[in-house]
Ligand binder design. Structure first.
Ligand SMILES: NC(=O)c1ccc[n+]([C@@H]2O[C@H](COP(=O)([O-])OP(=O)(O)OC[C@H]3O[C@@H](n4cnc5c(N)ncnc54)[C@H](OP(=O)(O)O)[C@@H]3O)[C@@H](O)[C@H]2O)c1
Length: 309
């Protein structure tokens, strides 16, 4: 069993203007959140700390955000850097392999269990396929669980967090006392916060995460159609983006269902219904459902097998 790191910190939780923010994993999601926080969320890069095993992603982060602190040792996020708010941004196979090698208890993600942090710390896990309880087991010493003041949340954050306009789904009511003020403040600088039950997080991870790529594929195809008919590319792209944005707003604010709104957009024997029949012939509906399912199955494979093949 992994040992607990001996160092401990007894300071108070820092407020949101001071809190140290840590990332375990430095890939796409960590980078999107860091970009959002630094460029749109008024967070100084010096408050950001990142751990990842290689330089693949970390080098880019160090160049882009002067003052960011990095390490190859995950334990440094809790020990040496003593972070207050920690995002777990590793792929699901990394956690599955801790369970595979650990025997009755998973091995620690941080090699040694994290120090007995006395100041409140908040771990936000983005990892597909694992509950907060499972993530907790990969960090806290099971012989001493009461010594910690660490609270765990599962969350899904949409990749548009990178531009300060993300959505963040949390396993707690964001406006309640169940979410610590500094965590709420940091997240809401770059995301709209919403509660989602823990059992829906994996599906949400696919819709909010992969869904961005799928939506952009649709946007590109609509814009191609406009270009084919003679519109300049940037006009066609902007127009399509505004159309998609207003459709989404209409759906959300009207509360109407999508079939009703689709009917409203189709006049009898008009162009829209002919276009819809073309989509039907090309099986666009089932292709998109299939894409959501394929993305889910892929993530689930990594979470359950521990393989990336
Ligand atoms: N909307 C959402 O909330 C959302 C969307 C997509 C994904 N996710 C979830 O977010 C997580 C990260 O996804 P991603 O797209 O950012 O993945 P990614 O781009 O593949 O990045 C994974 C990162 O994990 C690092 N890593 C690998 N093994 C590690 C270890 N033992 N300890 C610490 N770091 C380790 C990698 O290090 P190197 O830099 O050295 O390679 C890399 O930086 C996944 O669990 C995924 O399910 C959430």
């Amino acid at each position: 069993m992994a040992k607990t790191s001996r160092k401990s910190s007894t300071r108070q939780m820092a407020d949101s203007g001071q809190a140290k923010i840590g990332f375990i994993g430095a890939g796409k999601m960590a980078q999107a959140i860091i970009q959002g926080l630094v460029k749109y969320g008024r967070v100084d890069a010096q408050r950001i700390h990142v751990a990842a095993p290689s330089n693949t992603n970390v080098e880019h982060l160090k160049e882009e955000y002067k003052g960011i602190k990095t390490s190859k040792r995950n334990i440094d996020i809790f020990g040496r850097f003593d972070c207050d708010i920690i995002f777990i941004c590793v792929n699901p196979h990394v956690i599955r392999n801790l369970y595979r090698i650990g025997g009755s208890q998973p091995a620690a993600l941080t090699t040694n269990y994290i120090p007995n942090m006395r100041h409140p710390a908040y771990v936000l896990s983005l990892v597909f396929g694992f509950t907060t309880e499972q993530i907790k087991q990969c960090l806290l010493n099971p012989e001493d669980p009461l010594k910690y003041s660490v609270k765990f949340h599962r969350c899904v954050i949409s990749p548009s967090v990178a531009y300060g306009v993300g959505n963040c789904y949390l396993d707690v009511e964001p406006d309640s006392t169940n979410l610590a003020e500094p965590v709420r403040d940091i997240l809401s600088r770059v995301c709209k916060l919403e509660q989602l039950t823990a059992d829906m997080m994996d599906i949400c991870c696919i819709i909010a995460g992969a869904g961005m790529a799928f939506s952009l594929e649709f946007l590109k195809a609509m814009s191609d159609g406009g270009v084919k008919l003679g519109m300049a590319r940037n006009n066609a792209t902007k127009l399509t983006a505004k159309m998609i944005s207003s459709v989404a707003q209409t759906l959300i604010s009207s509360g109407k269902n999508s079939d009703f709104l689709k009917d409203e957009a189709c006049s009898p024997s008009g162009g829209a219904v002919y276009g819809l029949m073309q989509l039907e012939k090309s099986k666009v509906h089932s292709s998109i459902c299939g894409a959501v399912d394929a993305a889910f199955q892929r993530a689930n494979h990594m979470a359950t097998s521990g393989n990336t093949d």
